[in-house]
Design a binder for this molecule. Sequence first.
Ligand SMILES: Cc1ncc(COP(=O)(O)O)c(C=O)c1O
Length: 388
Amino acid sequence: MNRPLLNRRLAGLGTTIFAEMSELAVSTGSGNLGQGFPDTDGPHVIAQAAADAIMSGRGNQYPPGAGIPELRTAIAIHQRRFYDQPVDPDTEVLVTAGATEAIAASLLALVEPGDEVIAFEPYYDSYAACIAMAGGVRVPVTLRAPDFRPDLDALKSAITYRTRLILLNSPHNPTGSVFSREELATIAELAIAHDLLVISDEVYEHMVFTGEHIPIASLPGMRERTVTISSAAKTFSFTGWKIGWITATSELVTAVRTVKQFLTFVSGGPFQYAIAEALALPDDYFSSVASGLLGRRDLMVEGLAAAGFEVYRPAGTYFITTDIRPFGEVSALDFCRKLPYQAGVVAIPSVVFYDNTDEGQFHVRFAFCKKEEVLKEALTRLSSLRPG
Ligand SMILES: Cc1ncc(COP(=O)(O)O)c(C=O)c1O
């Protein structure tokens, strides 16, 4: 066989860092603050709803391609309840295998080979891979420390006649930046002026500590050009269930559904029933998502600063970005590979989320969606590091 085994567009893109760091966590017995999944499950009543659905034979066979009507309705009600956005559950919602499939199907549906896709870096690792799978050209616009605000002049300069869409993520993984209404309005103006589509990944929509989450689709002129993505994984702490969704106009939903049909067709039938119930939980639940994390965010901000890191306080998400230069270190990758041995803690070098690696080489991401005692233990261990 003389052809490469991995498609040229994907070669070199595999972010193996999560696997490497998780293996290191196990082999060294380290506290794993690397991958972003909580160490406690979501509400018991929702887990029970999934079990009941299985036992009563709901969703055990292929559910409808767009998702079960109960979940589509619950998603539409959620968009109206939190953002006053009208969504037709029959034509403007598509249930996906997590936000991951929503991102993949949207990019594969909307990007033609050679189209440019602008994304704010550092970015969630599946963006680069999915843009590549679609044959698109990734055009990064860098969010820079200390504030990680979107550089709107840089965004404007990045737009060319080949730009097809802007891929947004706010609240932003890994920096914790939450884009303001004014910033989103400028992005919207540019999208409208250049007739661009927007894919807006809002999986951390209920994890905002400072500011507010504003779906860009709710801004004037944006509904018809935006695919909004979210997921049950983060809001309800059931990352293993892989229930995600998009909301968009029926034309966009149809385009994305055409791809989804040949990726998974459908998934997670019984979990769809449970998430329909989860989305109807009272307001208290949704406000507790951020308030329940706030104390842990502050614990980490203070603890990491006390251990010697420069810390960038996140306005949202359950990630915190730090700078390792106070330790005399210049490579986040090397630092994270040593950290389990030196301090018994695993973190992620944010450099893997950048094209412009100069910008990310000093940044290390910690996830704080873990039990307080786990975070405290990690901070005690990290306090043994010595700033250089
Ligand atoms: C920004 C972002 N988008 C999408 C996802 C994937 O979500 P899901 O687990 O629903 O596929 C994640 C998970 O970490 C994420 O951080």
